[in-house]
Design a protein around this ligand. Structure first.
Ligand SMILES: CSC[C@H]1O[C@@H](n2cnc3c(O)ncnc32)[C@H](O)[C@@H]1O
Ligand SMILES: [Zn+2]
Length: 445
């Protein structure tokens, strides 16, 4: 300790500080002072270090992963409805269940469970979109993750707003009651151009601008959405929001599976954040996002898991691998979306899409100390010719040993340090037993 500022030094590992270059420095040291990185990539020759020393021999040290899209509270609906296309999944199963069960405590519990799952798998920042988002903010902060929590807006009744026309009041209440802390930031989430009118989209954009926050939306997820938007507005979905004046660096378009060539260019030119969710898109058979085309056009590309009820886990290592494999399959080109590109999308790319790249996404002096340590003492991670290849093609979330967010250990030696997981899991079992009992009730399905 120096004065009251806590110091932690990570020594002896393979340091991958900047996913933009993917350069790996062996036997270096990374020094954290308080909640920031003070030094990185400096050589470690066994020199004396003040503060705590974390030995990272046989480990890779890299920036924490950024899950740029999820619906964290939906962990409590995981496995409730599978093997369905998006429209049936949403309209016949998810929306009715949300109407029945989603309440402030549901959101707190489900988000806590997901935050623990994400932390254990090396995700240090997540962008969430759901209802009762004040409670999601509390849950993220309790687990100790960095989060952007976006309040959902739909033109149909939703769990925290039964009168669709009153959504601006709900949004005002959300901003005014937002818990102030360093880790979580508020934002808005217009569900989609098919469940939000042009008026709603434009008004939400104005409100997001007034509060200097991001606006998210699911865009061009399915062919049926493209048909519906074409029928209603005679445009394709991304072009439709562009025509409404919404595309800019503070807009985040999630999915972008079915884009025209013009829309790929539009996404890149407008510097809109684009979140690729390969596993959710594959599971719901929505299609394959032209991610490699978007990357080559210079779009701000991030990766997301989507919610745990359509994935059905929150492992961004799996997601990087799937993003890469899906692009190779889609293009017929094995060089498409290579490992370094996938790693960039899951770190600095996510930070850029969320407007956080001046604070996170790489290990640089002055940035927040959001750092993960991957244990290479695993059969599937030997031998090590190329650490980047291992991170994307071989590693899993369960290979994460330590996680620091804002300079604090959230996971240490594979154990969550911030919340009592036995109590959390007991509460999850209790609630899920009640949901399961109601599902089994006669006449439910
Ligand atoms: C304001 S977003 C929350 C809303 O979105 C629903 N949802 C979850 N996953 C998806 C998806 O892949 N496409 C469209 N909508 C989705 C979720 O159940 C909430 O109702
Ligand atoms: Zn989603």
């Amino acid at each position: 300790m120096t004065g009251s500022v806590q110091e932690i030094a990570l020594v002896n590992g393979l340091i991958l500080a900047d996913p933009r270059s993917c350069k790996v420095v062996p036997h270096g040291k990374t020094i954290i002072k308080g909640n920031r990185i003070a030094e990185v990539n400096s050589s470690y020759l066994g020199d004396e270090i003040s503060g705590e020393v974390l030995d990272c021999t046989d480990c890779i040290i890299l920036p924490g992963l950024v899950n740029a899209h999820t619906h964290a509270a939906m962990s409590l609906l995981r496995g409730l409805a599978d093997d369905l296309p998006l429209n049936t999944w949403l309209n016949d199963y998810i929306f009715p269940s949300e109407g029945q069960y989603v309440a402030p405590d549901f959101v707190y519990l489900g988000t806590s469970l997901s935050a623990v799952e994400m932390a254990l798998a090396g995700i240090t920042t997540f962008a969430d979109g759901y209802f009762f988002m004040e409670r999601a903010a509390e849950a993220a902060a309790a687990v100790g993750l960095r989060a952007i929590v976006a309040q959902g807006i739909l033109d149909v009744p939703v769990p925290d707003n039964q009168r669709p026309e009153a959504w601006p009041d709900r949004v005002r209440a959300f901003f005014s009651g937002f818990p102030s802390n360093d880790l979580v930031t508020p934002a808005l989430f217009c569900h989609s151009p098919y469940l939000c009118s042009p008026e709603t989209l434009v008004r939400a954009k104005r409100m997001a601008e007034d509060h200097n926050c991001l606006l998210f939306s699911h865009i061009a997820e399915t062919r049926s959405e493209v048909e519906q938007i074409g029928f209603r507005y005679n445009r394709t979905p991304l072009d439709h929001v562009h025509a409404l004046g919404i595309l800019d660096p503070n807009f985040v378009a999630v999915h972008c599976v079915h884009l025209s060539e013009k829309e790929v260019e539009l996404a890149a030119e407008s510097k809109t954040g684009v979140v690729h969710c390969p596993e959710s898109n594959m599971k719901l058979a929505s299609g394959a996002c032209p991610a490699w085309d978007l990357v080559r056009h210079g779009a701000k590309m991030a990766i997301g898991t989507d919610g745990p009820a359509s994935n059905n886990n929150l492992d961004l290592f799996e997601e990087m691998r799937s993003a890469s494999f899906l692009s190779k399959l889609l293009t017929g080109n094995p060089e498409a979306l290579d490992a370094a590109t996938a790693l960039r999308m899951a770190t600095i790319g996510g930070a850029e899409a969320l407007g956080l790249d001046d604070r996170i996404g790489s290990l640089e002096p002055g940035k927040f100390a959001d750092i993960i340590v991957i244990d290479l003492n695993r059969p599937h991670l030997m031998p090590v010719f190329d650490p980047v290849s291992h991170l994307v093609y071989s590693a899993k979330g369960s290979d994460v040993r330590d996680v620091l967010v804002n300079g604090k250990f959230v996971v240490r030696n594979g154990t969550i340090m911030t919340v009592d997981t036995s109590e959390l899991y007991a509460r999850v079992r209790d609630l899920s037993n009640k949901i399961a009992a109601a599902l089994d009730a006669p006449g439910r399905r």
